[in-house]
Every structure is written in C-alpha cells, then in structure tokens.
Design a protein around this ligand. Structure first.
Ligand SMILES: Cc1cc2nc3c(=O)[nH]c(=O)nc-3n(C[C@H](O)[C@H](O)[C@H](O)COP(=O)(O)OP(=O)(O)OC[C@H]3O[C@@H](n4cnc5c(N)ncnc54)[C@H](O)[C@@H]3O)c2cc1C
Length: 429
C-alpha cells in the first residue's frame, strides 16, 4: 500500500476549495490554509455560474469526477437559466449562503481547514519546498503544496495600479495582505499587461445593498434575477469598459445601461460608479454600496501575480509546488478557478506519489484553456490577454473549435473518449 501523501493548499478561494476536494478524493491528507475567517475569497462577491462556455466546463469537470462541487452549488442558486446581454443560461448563486455550504462540504470530506492562517514564509531545500511558515510561527510541512492565493490586491497594488484600497471583500487591512507562496519560494511571477502598457485589471462588478433600491427594482430583481436600466446619456462612460478584468462584459450594453443581477446582494455590472451620479438614476436615489465599500470610487486590482507553470500546473523551477485559479494564469471566474483547482489537487497527489501527472487534452474546453495560457507563456507573451469560458476571445475559440456544448450526453461522451471519466474520483493511494 502506497504512503498517504500530505498536501497543503494555501488559499481557500474557489481554486483552493476545489483542489482540496480533488486531493482528498485522490486519497491524500489535505490541509487548507486560509488567511481570513471565510472560504471562497473573491467568490464571496461573484455569483454568476454556467453562463455561455462555463456550462460546458462545469459539465466536463463533473464528468471528470468533480460533480460534488457543482451539486453543492445547485443548493445555492437563486436564479437558473437566465439571460443578460451577451450571456445565456446563467445561474446565480446566493453570495450570502454559499460559503457555509462549501465549508460544510469540505469538512464532511475531512479537509482540515485552518482559518486566520496567513502563510508568511517557506522553508526549502533548493527547488523543493519542505514547509510553509504561518504568521503565528507555526510550521506546516507537506509532500506537495498548491498555491491558490489568487491575484487580488494587496493594497500596495491597488494604490499603485488602481484607485487605492477600496475596502473589498479580501479585507487585507484586517487579515493582512495576500502573499504568494510561489514568490516566497523564489519563483518568478508576471502581471497582466493591458494594451496601454499598464499592469493588472480592475475587478468588474460591485455589490449594492438590496434594500437601498426602489421597491419596484427590488421586486423585479427577485422575480427575474436581472434588471436592465438605461442610463441617461450624460452618465454613459464607454471608456470604463477597458478597465475591466472581465472582458466578456466589455460590451456597449454594459456602458449604456445599469445591469443588475440578484445574487442575494445586488450585483452591479460595472467596476465602479460614482455614488452621486448613481443616485441621479430613478430608483437609485438612496442607493449604497456593500462591496467594495468605496465602490463609488474604484475597485480592487487583480491579475498582478501569476506563476509560470507547465500544463500539469506545476510551477517552473519548483519541484513540488503547483498553482490553481488566478494564480495559474489570467483565467477569470469561479468556474475557471474550480476547473484548475481540480486538476492541481489531483496532480499534487500524483507528484507526491511519483506517478505520471494528468494533462487535460485540448479536446476538452478546460484542457484547451489551460493550453492557451501555456502557449502564451511559451511564446514569451505572458499576461498578453485574459481568458474565460464565458466570453471574449476564448469563448469564440470554443465556438470555432466546436468545444461549446450544453448537452450533458455529448460532454460525457467527450470525457469518455479521452478515457478520463471519473478520474478525479479515483483514489491514487
Ligand atoms: C467583484 C468580483 C466579482 C466577480 N464576479 C464573478 C462572477 O459573477 N462569476 C465568476 O465566475 N467570477 C467572478 N469573479 C471572478 C472570480 O471570483 C475569481 O476569478 C475567482 O473566484 C478566483 O478564485 P481564486 O481561488 O483563484 O482566488 P481568490 O478568490 O482570490 O482566493 C484566494 C484566497 O487565498 C487567500 N490567501 C491569499 N494569500 C494568502 C496567504 N498568504 N495565506 C493564506 N491564504 C491566503 C485569500 O484570503 C483568498 O481567500 C469576480 C471577481 C470579483 C473580484
């Protein structure tokens, strides 16, 4: 019987949570270290799932053996199968309820979660990390590590590249800023580089307090999940679309209208909107932001700390560190984080046991997305563009290569043809 490997995951966002489930399903002892007092990181404020090609990627990951994550998410959906400009068959999860449901799922799976456990250092021998060191001084050793610390902030980056600390859900001032295991272990990182030469990207949506909107808007949101309010012409700012990390929402409709989605909070599909201007729109006279608290001024900056990695998600120059989520490259979204999290969790166990790690084939949308980011690294243009299954360039690639499908039977068939059905559910030791 093979030894039981110990996997330490740093960062409990969607990527870290998916990696934890996957490594546990592969038979490992799993420790998840989270800097704050809640799981899900940026996922505490998002909510949009299954829109456009994300439906394909979610079904693929389910058939690969990651279904329990999507089954848990099912319980949290407030609205299913809705459309808004440029996006079809979306489901919206409840951002207030989702964290406790995922926390329960991980605990049921015997994942050991350490909250308020910010990694502040590493101990290593050349390319091999031996343990991570928490701010408290506690040393946590493992066979393999996964850096799932995301790319949001820290405040220095929001000051340098954005509009300052806007008090977003990452709560750096309270829990200490994001730090990167990859960087502490001496590996290189890169940033998204925008066309104008500036670095990083601004988060693309805000949250409003539901009860601060007119009763009519509240009612419509509850019923339909989406409300589109045309903006008076003097409040239309198309130049703001370029700031967005989520290029799938950089369409004129998102500048000409206020687009609201009901995620438990009210998701406002724009990176920021001056409060005094927003209050001029009928129905918004009393409106207030709930995230970021300074959403009238700006939003958090992201995609400033990505790792060079191979197609198994192992970091270049480090023998036992993998990456997942935004850390593995400019792939934006909960689904993108979950998909890469599952692969990293599985492969962390493969590396610990010395068995062949998995490379997802390009015949699957998830394999194609991971390969596309890898191609940018190989062509020496890291951070040249961002990727998502849900729109912009990569969704177009999915359409052109017949990768987009919403038919579960067709996707099950593709996964089966790749000989990978249930791979994330197989114990490796
Ligand atoms: C405002 C906003 C709205 C969004 N809306 C959507 C949406 O509707 N749909 C969608 O699909 N995507 C959305 N996204 C994008 C999506 O949320 C992210 O791409 C994805 O969740 C990133 O997940 P992650 O796990 O890679 O990183 P994160 O969510 O950033 O998680 C990283 C975690 O690591 C922890 N951490 C950092 N440093 C350390 C350390 N040193 N020690 C321990 N822990 C550490 C952090 O506390 C955090 O919990 C949104 C993002 C934002 C910011």
């Amino acid at each position: 019987m093979a030894k039981i490997p110990r996997i330490v995951i740093v960062g409990g966002g969607w990527a870290g949570c998916a990696a934890a489930i996957s490594a546990q399903q592969a038979g490992a002892e799993v420790i998840l270290l989270e800097r704050t007092d809640m799981l899900l990181g940026a996922g505490l404020v998002g909510g949009i799932m299954l829109n456009n090609g994300r439906m394909t990627a979610a079904l693929e990951t389910s058939f690969l053996g990651g279904h329990i994550m999507f089954e848990a998410l099912e319980k949290t959906y407030r609205h299913r199968n809705i459309s808004f400009p440029g996006h079809d068959h979306a489901s919206l999860y409840d951002v207030i309820k989702v964290e406790s449901i995922i926390r329960h799922l991980l605990k049921q799976r015997d994942v050991q979660i350490y909250f308020r456990s910010r990694v502040a250092g590493v101990s290593q021998t050349k390319e091999q990390v031996e343990s991570v060191i928490l701010e408290s001084g506690e040393v946590v050793p493992a066979d393999t590590f996964i850096d799932a610390t995301g790319t949001s902030g820290p405040p220095g980056n929001c000051w340098r590249h954005g509009h300052g600390c806007v008090l977003c859900i990452q709560r750096c001032p309270a829990f200490g800023p994001r730090t990167s295991l990859v960087k502490m272990a001496g590996a290189e990182e890169y940033s998204l580089l925008k066309l104008d030469g500036s670095f990083g990207a601004m988060s693309g949506s805000c949250k409003l307090c539901p009860e601060s909107l007119s009763l009519e808007i509240q009612e419509r949101l509850k019923q339909c999940g989406v409300v589109v309010v045309p903006l008076p012409i003097d409040l239309v700012r198309p130049q703001k679309l370029k700031l967005k990390v989520c290029q799938q929402y950089a369409q004129n409709e998102f500048a000409a209208n206020i687009i609201l989605l009901d995620t438990g909070a009210v998701k406002l599909m724009t990176p920021f909107f001056p409060l005094e201007a927003l209050r001029q729109v009928p129905g918004f006279e009393l409106v207030r932001y709930s995230d970021p608290l300074a959403g009238g001024q700006g939003n958090s900056m992201r995609l400033l700390a990505m790792a060079y990695r191979d197609s198994t998600l192992k970091v270049d120059g480090l023998s036992n560190v993998l990456v997942a989520g935004e850390k593995q490259g400019p792939a934006v979204g909960h689904t993108e984080a979950i998909v890469t999290g599952f692969l990293a969790g599985h492969n962390a166990v493969c590396y610990a046991l010395g068995i062949e790690p998995l490379i997802l084939p390009k015949a699957l949308a998830s394999g194609a997305l991971i390969a596309a980011i890898g191609d940018d690294l190989e062509r020496n243009r890291p951070g040249y563009q961002s990727y998502t299954f849900s729109g912009a360039g990569f969704f177009q690639t999915m359409l052109e290569n017949n990768l987009y499908s919403t038919d579960p039977n067709q996707i099950a068939e593709r996964v089966a043809t790749s000989n990978l059905t249930g791979i994330y559910n197989q114990a490796l030791c």
